[in-house]
Design a protein around this ligand. Sequence first.
Ligand SMILES: [Zn+2]
Length: 409
Amino acid sequence: MRTLALLACAATASAVVPAASAPETRAAPPPCSEEPRENPISEFTSYDELLVELDRIERVSQGRVAVDAVGESNRGRDMVLARAGDGPKVVFVTAEIHGNEKTGPDGILDLLDYVGTSGSSEAQRIRSELTIVAMPKINPDGAALDRRGNDMTWQEVQQRFPQLAGAAEPWNYYTDQRQGDDYAHRPGFDVNRDYHPDLDYEPDPADFPGDSAAPGWFLSPETRTVRDVYTGLQREFGDVDTYIDLHHQGACYTVAGTDRLVTMSLSGKFVQDPAAQGSGYARFADGFRQDYSKQLNVAAYDSLQEAAGRNPDFGNITLYPQDIDLPGTGLGAFQLNGSGAVLFEVRGQTQTLGERHREMLTESVYIGLSGIVSAVASGEVEQLDPADYDRIPPTDRGPETGSRVDIEQ
Ligand SMILES: [Zn+2]
């Protein structure tokens, strides 16, 4: 049974109670709410449906898309990877590391379908300039449970890494009730805090319990598989030009200074500049490309603003909070390793919105992904002004607790 959310949202806090004389036939729409509920989610692509759909795209693409299992989740589900194009630049895209964030896989399927099957000159250019490497469900156990964390106990981790027998339980290990999900009976980890910028790191008991500002440990088969794919691409291509990770955030945020609900927030900043005094990551300073991350985000933002002409929702794009330092996220770790990095934070996880607005939100992911892929393939991304990134409107999150950022990205 789902529990009530502790967090109220701005819209409810400031809602005006309609006058008693207001005609009942024109009742105001219900205020936005972050309260967990049991909305349907069946229209999203399930794990089994994903395998079927990838197989279909692979066949229809006539060799332009290749699909492989590259690892297994903790509960033994294949982790699948699709590769499209044979160009010299790599665009690596991952989604659903939080299993209740489900527009990413569907947006990726739409992109693979287009790049793999279209005969348009643009698709041909993308295939010849880029190698798109996509992992649409990198936490398949969490996705099957429709929850943020994976399905793994600390005891399983300690069996896998005997050196951790006496280590303190990690800070990102869930054993309680959260977001309406019961981790007490089926514990799990926030695996998007399990990455480490040193990609050959192995778990060391001295590094536990850790915290949000520290790196993770590659404890999970899920993060180790993504890490192995990334380092394999480094060996093959020299570097991974672009890394995009697809997420969801709160359902009730507004574009600052307006009452428009945010469709998606973007970000290209996940860690402190490694060249800054005391960053702790000076060894990564040479390859760090903050401006390139900004340019990639501008490419996504511009394509969404262009689409706002046919649906204003696509214009409601904001900047994700920039005062974060998360080296244990995939984006933080891979950005330090020299990738231009982009975060999509789509409106509302499944516990708040279910499949409501699914088509529009999935299309916003597709538009943003397409904008980035087109700009990188054409080289136009290099002409974009990184300062435009800083002009993306901020997000108004309303009253919130200080830990809100930690439970999203
Ligand atoms: Zn997320």
